[in-house]
Write a protein that binds this ligand. Structure first.
Ligand code: XMP
Length: 561
């Protein structure tokens, strides 16, 4: 399912609407604070035995990253690049074909973004999607006109040319997802209409030079044959071999890390989250003890979390781990603080201080490893989506001025989250680590409403432990994007046995989501909720009432603070 992405509301601008754990937010901030070099796109740093790539030129559609993901799922390396990227940046990737994305502009407007000449002059196959199709039509001499009404939603597409390479294995009629205003009035010379829908006589067009246009979106789940159309383009039209596998990635990425680091020293902040775990394991495989992981226990972790993380990385994988129990440092600074923003600022700041103190003790360090992922890279190179709306904002953690200068090592910067999990599997990380639900950097502090105290954290940990235990027993863990307890600052009256109680109100939050940008509350079975509520109230001293949060995002957010 594709979620319509939403802009964060202004009061949400502090949040890191990321799919990730501590590492995405914190690492980026650490890098900024301690003066790490900001990464630049470096095509030569992309692993690929026999390099081949499909390049998506970005005209600003919200679905663009999804196109790249679909191509990668088909085992071909794919990158999203600004529509005006110079050829010199693309050539090293050995492109086998171009996809021109959709976008909000109209080709007949002045200054409408168009494709660079090399797209046509290279004689590589081209697939234009929606706006991309209109770009092809305009640039090759056809005519596009403003549609009198938008066509949005499902349409049935019928094939005119069943033997087109693009349609191999497709039924003669299939559902497609349309979302366009403008339409093709006249095809460019040499093109044929390969398929049509009721409202679009030119649902698919193509010529004998392997230039194709689709009026619909093949990348979204609403176009059931979309994946096959993309696969046909990649393999049958572009002739790709399909060497983008996580096994290849691990192998080549280790070689690259060795080459890049040489005899240098690397540090990274380990959180136990998927990305930092995969980064640490990959680098450790490549350079062993030249890597030191700093694992900061901020006192805001869940029950048994620190022990379990240490066990895996120190005992099982034999990594060099510096463990710092900084609970008191964090809790002292959080004393009396109730404002969510202030909590986040303090935790971010303190994390950098602790991390820096520990890093200084290690002596000379050359690299900081980070779990930056491809969507973060795309987000930070804002020119990629020059024409699209801003989707997420990273919060600014105040902190120490730059003192260290470290080079960044970001072995996952070309990967999507699902690819990172596959790399984790490939590296033999435990299932529970590979499939771990996201946990926010500020930890339980933003799930403990009001002042954060040791006592309240213990109550919250106990309730959360019961919930997670039941979620896992009911085999719901992997279906849920996140599930956790929140300890509210509300107290209410209850009765237990013959006694009056006055205890905290706990809330259960469980959501389904694809990417944390939007989320829906999970329809957990009543019996399940009854069991969890019963256990929490009976087993956790201090809680006498449990509610279930039934709001989606938007208008709510996943975390309460
Ligand atoms: P919200 O609450 O904004 O959260 O819907 C979206 C996703 O981001 C996670 N989250 C964070 N992750 N540092 C992080 O690394 C943070 O400060 C932070 N705040 C929220 C949240 O758990 C959800 O997955």
């Amino acid at each position: 399912m594709v979620n319509e992405k939403v802009n964060p509301s202004p009061d949400e601008s502090h949040r890191i609407a990321t799919t990730d754990d501590i590492e995405v937010s914190t690492y980026l901030e650490i890098a900024k604070e301690i003066g790490g070099e900001q990464p630049v796109a470096a095509p030569e740093a992309i692993p690929g035995a026999e390099r081949e790539a499909i390049i998506v030129l970005d005209f600003g559609s919200q679905y663009n990253l999804l196109i790249a993901r679909r191509v990668r799922e088909a085992q071909v390396y794919c990158e999203l690049m600004p529509h005006d990227t110079p050829w010199e940046k693309i050539a090293p990737l050995n492109p086998k074909g171009f996809i021109l994305s959709g976008g909000p502009a109209s080709v007949y407007e002045p200054n409408a973004p168009l494709a660079p000449a090399y797209v046509y002059e290279s004689h590589l196959p081209v697939l234009g999607i929606c706006y991309g199709m209109q770009v092809i039509t305009k640039q090759l001499g056809g005519q596009v006109t403003p549609g009198t009404r938008r066509e949005y939603g499902h349409a049935v597409m019928h094939l005119n040319q069943v033997d087109s390479l693009l349609f191999a294995g497709l039924p003669e009629s299939t559902t497609v997802w349309m979302s366009h205003g403008d339409k093709i009035e006249e095809m460019p010379q040499g093109f044929e209409a390969l398929a049509y829908t009721e409202n679009s006589p030119y649902a698919v067009i193509g010529n004998s030079n392997n230039v194709y246009g689709l009026q619909f979106h093949p990348e979204v789940a609403h176009t059931p044959e979309g994946k096959n159309i993309l696969k046909n383009f990649i393999y049958k039209v572009c002739g790709c071999k399909g060497n983008w596998t996580m096994g290849n990635f691990v192998h080549e990425s280790m070689e690259r890390i060795k080459e890049q680091v040489g005899g240098g020293k690397v540090i990274n902040a380990l959180s136990g989250g998927v990305d930092s775990s995969v980064v640490a394991t990959l680098i450790h495989r490549a350079i062993g003890d030249q890597l030191t992981c700093i694992f900061v226990n901020n006192g805001l972790l869940r029950r048994e979390e620190a022990d379990r993380t240490l066990k895996v990385f120190k005992n099982n994988l034999g990594m060099n781990i510096v463990y710092v129990d900084a609970t008191d440092r964090f809790l002292n600074r959080l004393k009396g603080v109730t404002d969510p923003e202030e909590k986040r600022m303090i935790i971010g700041e303190e994390f950098i201080r602790v991390f820096e103190d520990e890093a200084n003790k290690i002596g000379k360090v050359d690299f900081l490893a980070q779990g930056t992922l491809y969507p973060d890279v795309i987000e930070s190179i804002s020119s990629v989506s020059k024409v699209s709306a801003k989707i997420k904002s990273h919060h600014n953690v105040g902190g120490l001025p730059a003192r260290m200068t470290l080079k960044l090592l970001e072995p996952l910067r070309y990967l999507f989250k699902d690819e990172v999990r596959l790399v984790g599997k490939e590296l033999g990380l435990p299932e529970e680590m590979v499939w771990r639900q996201p946990f926010p950097g500020p930890g339980l502090a933003i799930r403990c409403i009001g002042e954060v105290t040791k006592e309240k954290l213990e109550i919250l940990r106990s309730a959360d432990f019961i919930l997670m235990n039941e979620i896992k027993k009911a085999k719901l863990y992997r279906q849920l994007w996140q599930s956790f307890c929140v300890l509210t600052d509300v107290r209410s009256v209850g009765v237990m046995g013959d006694f009056r109680t006055y205890g905290y109100l706990a809330a259960i939050r469980a959501v389904t989501s694809d990417d944390a940008m939007t989320a829906d509350w999970a329809r957990l079975p009543y019996d399940f909720l009854a069991r969890v509520s019963n256990r929490i109230v009976n087993e956790v001293d201090g809680i006498n009432r449990v509610v279930y949060d039934i709001t989606s995002k938007p208008p709510s957010t996943i975390e309460w603070e």
